[in-house]
Unconditional design. Structure first.
Length: 352
């Protein structure tokens, strides 16, 4: 637990620093929520609500990275999930709950199947994860365009579907509720069952896991399936918020932000130990950073540079070697190294 807290310290410190900067510039209204039209609002609440699709994809990405993999197709799967849901609703009775339910389930199933296919390519066919998922990263948006016929399907504001992105449950925005349910569900799944240990074992040493009797191929496929389902759910929420599905721009480059969030949260790309809470903190940092750039008066062109700077700061602060080098001049024991004792006369005689 002590090691776990150390991993989270620096991401939390960076998030707190960003919050302090925003409060200093805009006042406490930035962090204090308010209720408008029966729904929680305020700057930070809106940041969290808008960051839910990224959170879902980042959580799935964390599971995949734990197995020493990567999934570059999550942005395309986001677009496919959004396209399936909106197109299904558009062609039917939009006000019917069964239409919305079927659309959501169908989008999730297709996204999960795509994720399982990625996992099969990696586990059974031996294709490198970056190559296997790059194929669908390129082809996925073409598939989404085929589903929508090259158009941008827009659903009615009266359909219950849009409540998934704009509604509220007990004043809490629905996207935040969904994000919390998925987050705690994955935490319970990976920390109260053997799945978390199996994921870390497969990612830490696949060969040793195989010799120990662990079905590493099945674990790998499951990890990619979870990632695909999370990406499809993110697409559903994103399209519900907009009321439309854009196959070209929906979820564009979100896979890069997801990888950044995972790295900021302390999960190594080499596989093994993973930190879902750290990933959630990383998502909050990325979301808050975008508003910070605007609040301090910088132009939007600083967005990518600022992300790179934050990732560099968090990564370098998490390095034990860098911290040891930084603190070396302040350590009391670094003044003079103890010298070796003078050899005894009999030892000198033996040496001669």
């Amino acid at each position: 637990m002590n090691s776990y807290l150390k991993r989270l310290f620096w991401p939390l410190a960076v998030l707190v620093a960003l919050l302090i900067v925003n409060i200093a510039v805009t006042g406490f209204d930035f962090i204090v929520p308010s209720v408008h039209d029966g729904r929680l609002g305020g700057a930070f609440v809106n940041i969290l609500r808008g960051a839910v699709p990224l959170l879902l994809i980042s959580l799935g990405m964390t599971i995949v990275i734990a197995t020493k993999g990567i999934d570059l197709s999550v942005g395309a799967v986001y677009a496919i999930g959004a396209a399936i849901a909106c197109q299904w609703i558009l062609d039917r009775d939009q006000s019917a709950l069964d239409t919305v339910f079927t659309a959501v389930v169908l989008a999730l199933v297709v996204a999960a199947v795509i994720g399982a296919w990625n996992g099969t390519m990696v586990a059974y066919f031996g294709v490198q994860p970056i190559v296997a998922t790059l194929i669908l990263m390129i082809a996925g948006r073409g598939i989404a365009q085929l589903i929508t016929g090259g158009q941008i399907p827009s659903v009615s504001d009266d359909t219950p579907f849009v409540e998934l992105g704009r509604g509220a449950i007990a004043t809490v925005p629905v996207p935040i509720v969904i994000g919390l349910v998925v987050f705690f569900g994955l935490v319970l799944l990976t920390r109260t069952t053997a799945l978390g240990m199996l994921l870390e074992s497969v990612g830490g040493n696949p060969e040793a896991s195989r010799l120990a009797g662990i079905r590493s191929k099945g674990i790998t496929i499951l990890a990619y399936l979870i990632c695909g389902a999370c990406a499809g759910l993110a697409g559903i929420i994103g399209s519900a918020n907009l009321g439309s599905a854009d196959a070209n721009n929906g979820g564009l480059w979100i896979e890069l932000d997801a990888i950044l969030a995972v790295v900021i949260g302390g999960t190594a790309l080499l596989g093994g130990r993973f930190f879902l809470l750290g990933t959630a903190i990383g998502v909050a940092i990325i979301g808050t950073l975008e508003d910070t750039i605007i609040n301090v008066g910088l132009s939007s062109q600083w967005q990518f540079t600022a992300k790179a700077i934050v990732v560099f700061i968090v990564a370098i602060l998490q390095s034990p070697e860098f911290r040891a080098w930084l603190l070396k001049p302040f350590r009391s024991g670094s003044a003079a190294e103890p010298t070796a004792p003078e050899p005894k006369p009999e030892e000198k005689a033996v040496a001669k």
